[in-house]
Design a protein around this ligand. Structure first.
Ligand code: AP5
Ligand code: MG
Length: 218
């Protein structure tokens, strides 16, 4: 299955995309994680992307298209993938359509997870992430066993540079202006599946899997 996870920052895209990718046995492609790894490695892409990310802005489309094209060409994407954080603009969505059409492929479903702004601010202010295995935690809803260490791999947990309240609010504005129009774009294509993002991680996962079971073999 070829899936897109769409929604505001903090909606739980990474959390749910990770569970769905495990369940379906296809890779989770988080453009945010790829960019953060490039920033940490001081790679060319990271040097170009860092200032945009730190301010809560989007990284320019041309950089994102090249990144996603390269990733989707890898053999592990042949049977499907779960895109987490891409596309984020109409030009990105149209470029993805062209990439897939060239391979006679298409997106099977777009999982749109929505949550209120105040929930986003609370969730992201309390988020900790593992820079090693990318596990996600929340100090209230899903705390690690030891406050500063990843349960999965023992790496020291970090707070994302863009998880300050001011930057979260900028990201929400950018989301509304640039990414929200994709809801109509995918609705018109008949592939949009909307899920309420407030509730337990398990309940939301169950609701998403039910939606996906109507689309095909999951
Ligand atoms: P990206 O990394 O994609 O960030 P984002 O879209 O802002 O979303 P988040 O990762 O913050 O939230 P999420 O929805 O994944 O939620 P999570 O599961 O972590 O992008 C970062 C930056 O990179 C962008 O701002 C941009 O600069 C750049 N970028 C990336 N892709 C790009 C693109 N395509 N084009 C241009 N630029 C791009 O959950 C959040 C928290 O809530 C966690 O603590 C989690 O444990 C907790 N939580 C999850 N579910 C629940 C629940 N049900 N109940 C309670 N807590 C929950
Ligand atoms: Mg994420």
């Amino acid at each position: 299955m070829r899936l897109i996870f769409l929604g505001p920052p903090g909606a739980g895209k990474g959390t749910q995309a990770g569970l769905v990718s495990q369940k379906l046995g296809v890779p989770q492609i988080s453009t945010g994680d790829i960019l953060r790894d490039a920033v940490r490695a001081k790679a060319d892409l990271g040097l170009k992307a860092k200032a945009f990310m730190d301010s809560g802005a989007l990284v320019p489309d041309d950089l994102m298209l090249a990144l996603v094209q390269e990733r989707l060409e890898k053999p592990d994407c042949q049977k499907g993938f779960v895109l987490d954080g891409y596309p984020r603009t109409l030009p990105q969505a149209k470029a993805l359509d062209r990439m897939l059409e060239a391979e006679r492929q298409k997106i099977d479903a777009v999982v749109f997870i929505d949550v209120k702004d105040e929930v986003v601010v609370w969730r992201l202010s309390r988020r900790r992430v593992c820079p090693g295995c990318k596990a996600l935690y929340n100090l209230d809803a899903n705390p690690p066993r030891m406050e500063d260490k990843c349960d999965e791999c023992g790496t020291a947990l970090v707070t994302r540079a863009d998880d300050s309240e001011a930057t979260i609010r900028t990201r929400l504005k950018v989301y509304r202006n640039e990414t929200l129009p994709l809801v109509d774009y995918y609705q018109a294509k008949g592939v949009l599946k909307t899920t309420a993002g407030e509730g337990t991680v398990e309940d939301i996962f169950t609701a998403i899997m039910e939606e996906l079971s109507e689309v095909g073999q999951v």
